[in-house]
Design a protein around this ligand. Structure first.
Ligand code: ADE
Length: 184
């Protein structure tokens, strides 16, 4: 077993995902980074994608340093992608398939929101949360399916939050995550 973070231990054999390929959006930080490390530790090649390339690159540096210490020979690749932009999502999937020859797992984790009372959310702020989290997830699902999984199968994971009876201070994100659950 190898520690993938300070508090979590992987319970699976470290070769269970050998030669698999995953995309993790938002994979350079937070929960996405933990998912990425877990997949890499299990032998999976991982593409991390996000809108902000500098955050992605600094996250990747840290993950690669950690990966060296595990002795695993899975690889980490970085692709900049704004999930609100259809063309960029198409390119993320096509470049991944081009580089690794397939796509086994699509983890739609990247997203964003901000704390605000519902009465104070502007239309622009609301639309940004909808586009990033709901429309972005839809585009990623559609392209992963169209470009690879329709013919070859695969697994898609959509991240939500504990929003079941509402989420004070984040009504936009809660509404959108409920939409993601239904889409899933
Ligand atoms: N993380 C937060 N917003 C994002 C976006 N628009 N595209 C990709 N990752 C993001």
């Amino acid at each position: 077993m190898y520690s993938t973070s300070n508090s979590a231990f992987c319970v699976f054999r470290s070769s269970v995902f050998d030669n698999k390929v995953a995309i993790v959006t938002g994979g350079g930080s937070g929960i996405g980074k933990a998912i990425t490390k877990e997949l890499l530790f299990l032998g999976c090649n991982v593409v991390i994608a996000s809108r902000k390339i500098y955050r992605l690159k600094s996250g990747a540096e840290e993950i690669r340093e950690w990966l060296r210490q595990t002795g695993q020979n899975s690889t980490l690749h970085v692709i900049q992608c704004n999930v609100r932009k259809e063309e960029e999502v198409k390119r993320l999937i096509s470049q991944t398939v081009e580089k690794f020859g397939k796509l086994d797992f699509q983890v739609n984790n990247g997203g964003g929101q901000f704390m605000a009372h519902t009465a104070d959310i502007s239309l622009r702020g609301w639309a940004a949360v909808v586009e990033t989290n709901l429309t972005g997830s839809f585009l990623l699902c559609r392209e992963a399916y169209d470009q690879w999984m329709k013919k070859h199968g695969g697994v898609i994971v959509n991240m939500a939050m504990d929003m079941w009876n509402g989420f004070p201070g984040m009504s936009h994100s809660a509404a959108v995550r409920a939409g993601v659950v239904n889409l899933t």
